[in-house]
Design a protein around this ligand. Structure first.
Ligand SMILES: Cc1ncc(COP(=O)(O)O)c(C=O)c1O
Length: 385
């Protein structure tokens, strides 16, 4: 029985059913154009997978989440399921504002930081607005902006697989509406020193909005986080947005909740494109319980470092070049063709990603538990033999 649909088929049919529309193949192609690689389109198109029973090293999730506090909060909050989340969301906004040291009018909460990336993609991409970013990076904003006729100006990474800020500065032009900064960057995991990033943001924010995606910030040690975040530029009233998520270190990816911090006029400009009331009571309850949970964050950070060291050791032993990861994933050139790697690893119940960049294929492997990483390196070694 062919019970499963490919992601693309599912997407087409569910969109068509819910919207009662004929979906133009071009629209679906556009949404799937990036960052899905040719190998992934081919392999997953033929071999749809079920998430169950697989080691999931394909979505940079936290294998230890949600925290006990978050789980308890969700259970306790079940009785509020009949209530709209207005009050709860106001409380969370206040908690986030206090944590970030700004007023509540500087905070906008969305169904994942990805939802807000899409809102910003519309706000700044409309009327052929140009978004400039390093490449490869997390593409959700640019993909969405392009659906609304925005344009994407991509600047290749440097040889260490880091954002090349000098090259990016030279590419800012009169059409550039927004510059997307991702530090540490997905899919490479690399971090650029704040002594380079901060002056870049200060200078360029005079010409275009700086959107600082800090989804993986909390994987850095707390003293480093303080230096890397661009929150101080927001507090100085600059044309800067800082984006954070509860999906990564907090382990709440399935609940969908994230936020941005920016001055009120930017919050208005972006949040006007939010659709309805997308954030649920349970996501808010879990986020409130997670915010101050430094024990859970420290545990996740420490375990992630230990598992990442295992993968790093393997890559070094094999002599595979890789970006220096500061996150819960690693990026390295595929030692064999991407389709063979995806299918070989799927047979061993391990999911991972293949990316296309600079005329070659790259592996992006999320960091799971130490046991999962040991299974990964064993299996990968056999698949590439
Ligand atoms: C850099 C970056 N930003 C944003 C997101 C979106 O995460 P979410 O929508 O779950 O908050 C991701 C997800 O992987 C990411 O890697």
């Amino acid at each position: 029985m062919k019970a499963q649909l490919s992601r693309r088929d599912w997407f087409k049919s569910s969109l068509a059913l819910t919207a009662g529309l004929t979906i133009s193949p071009l629209f679906v192609e556009k949404l799937f154009a990036s960052p899905v690689s040719a190998a992934e389109r081919y392999h997953w198109g033929l071999n749809p997978y079920s998430a169950n029973g697989n080691i999931r090293l394909n979505a940079n999730e936290n294998p230890y989440g949600p925290s006990e506090k978050a789980k308890q909060a969700i259970i306790q909050n079940m009785k509020e399921s009949n209530r709209y989340p207005f009050q709860a969301q106001a409380e969370l906004r206040k908690m986030i504002a206090d944590k970030e040291g700004v007023d509540t009018d500087h905070i906008h909460i969305g169904a994942g930081s990805g939802e807000i990336l899409c809102e910003a993609g519309v706000a700044f991409g409309l009327n052929e607005g140009e978004i400039l970013s390093g490449f490869p990076t997390f593409t959700e904003m640019m993909d969405y902006a392009q659906v609304f006729n925005g344009t994407w100006n991509k600047v290749n990474l440097n040889d260490q697989l880091e954002f090349d800020y000098e090259a990016m500065a030279s590419r800012v032009n009169s059409k550039t509406k927004l510059v997307f900064v991702c530090n540490p960057n997905n899919p490479t995991g690399t971090l650029v020193d704040p002594s380079i990033v901060s002056p870049f943001c200060e200078e360029i924010s005079k010409k275009a909005l700086i959107y600082s995606d800090e989804a993986y910030l909390e994987f850095l040690e707390p003293d480093v986080q303080k230096k890397v975040t661009n929150i101080d530029l927001v507090k100085k009233g600059m044309n800067v947005v800082v984006s954070r998520t509860f999906s990564k270190i907090y382990g709440l990816a399935g609940l969908r909740i994230g936020y941005i911090v920016a001055k009120p006029d930017l919050i208005k400009k972006i949040s006007q494109y939010q659709m309805g009331i997308p954030v649920s009571q349970h996501a808010i309850a879990a986020a409130k319980a997670s915010l101050g949970d430094t024990d859970f964050m420290s545990m996740s950070r420490a375990k992630n470092s230990e598992s990442r060291a295992h993968l790093e050791g393997y890559l070094k032993k094999k002599g595979f070049m890789h970006g220096k990861s500061h996150t819960n994933f690693m990026f390295f050139p595929a030692p064999k063709d991407g389709k063979t790697i995806l299918s070989g690893m799927q047979k061993k119940n391990i999911l991972m990603r293949i990316w296309d960049y600079k005329d070659r294929e790259w592996c992006r492997v999320s960091i799971g538990t130490l046991d999962e990483m040991k299974q990964f390196t064993n299996a990968f070694d056999q698949v590439i033999a």
